[in-house]
Design a protein around this ligand. Structure first.
Ligand code: 0O2
Length: 237
């Protein structure tokens, strides 16, 4: 006779994360931790919303004054639990709520894509000068690109978010880059994400190609900016 119920294993090879969350804690602790984790992620999502609204307001205002948008698009994401866990593990830090808040700057991430390099600095200055925003860290990978060719302007900011029980200072990472830099970074990200291709292709030669491509993108970005300056006010870019 067939069994009425069957336990389906989650995975025949549970990951460290699964072991830690599912096996190492009691069901009560698991549920409580999960609730606290979801509540923390909700706060980061709210911080993203606040910052995104600020950026949209600045974009609207600029477009009325200058007949063009300094922002082409905005993307945002909350770091996945697995990615949070991995980053803390890499830094030898505990996977607790306190540790996430204290040690991670990029749980909330906002990516701002601009048409021109000049727009990147305009948006960075406008957002930094708002008095409820505190800029904690800046990494200018445009002035000083990474060895692999990565270019982008990174800001770690803190913003107050108002909840029913009071105000919380939430941290977020804002990455600002041109359309070309973003195009380049997504291909580069795929290369590192698909680590399993290393046995099939020559990674070093792809990295060389990407480095060359980053230079081409940079030259094009600067050339486009020069053309824009020659034209003057560019409409509908
Ligand atoms: P994901 O999936 O985008 O979240 P730190 O936080 O200072 O300890 P970290 O995290 O290396 O050190 O800071 P950094 O240099 O500011 O980089 C943070 C993010 O920038 C990365 O997040 C990427 O999104 C992006 N980034 C940095 N370097 C590169 C690169 O060489 N190529 C690409 N494609 N993106 C890059 P995560 O957490 O790595 O990933």
């Amino acid at each position: 006779m067939e069994k009425a119920t069957e336990t389906i294993p989650v995975s025949s090879h549970p990951t460290t994360l699964e072991k830690q969350w599912l096996n190492a804690v009691s069901p009560e602790d698991f549920i409580r931790n999960n609730k606290n984790f979801n509540s923390l992620m909700m706060k980061y999502r709210c911080a993203i919303r606040e910052i995104q609204t600020k950026l949209e307001v600045l974009n609207d205002e600029f477009s009325v004054a200058n007949q063009r948008n300094p922002i082409s698009s905005i993307k945002s994401r909350i770091k996945t639990p697995a990615s949070i866990y991995e980053k803390l593990r890499r830094k030898n830090l505990p996977f607790t709520e306190e540790s996430i808040v204290k040690n991670l700057d990029d749980v909330a991430g906002i990516r701002v894509i601009c048409p021109f390099i000049g727009d990147i600095y305009t948006m960075a200055n406008l957002i930094s000068s708002q008095d409820d925003i505190t800029v904690l860290k800046i990494k200018d990978y445009i002035q000083k690109p990474k060895d692999n060719g990565y270019r982008s302007y990174h800001m770690i900011v803190e913003i107050p978010v108002f909840f029913s029980e009071g105000k919380a200072a939430m941290r977020a990472e804002i990455q600002i880059r041109t359309i070309g830099m973003d195009f380049w970074a997504s291909l580069d990200h795929q290369l590192h994400y698909k680590k399993d291709i290393s046995s099939l292709v020559d990674i070093a030669s792809i990295e060389d190609e990407l480095r060359r491509c980053a230079e081409t993108v940079n030259l094009t970005d600067r050339h486009m900016e020069e053309i824009k300056d020659l034209i003057g006010d560019v409409k509908d870019i």
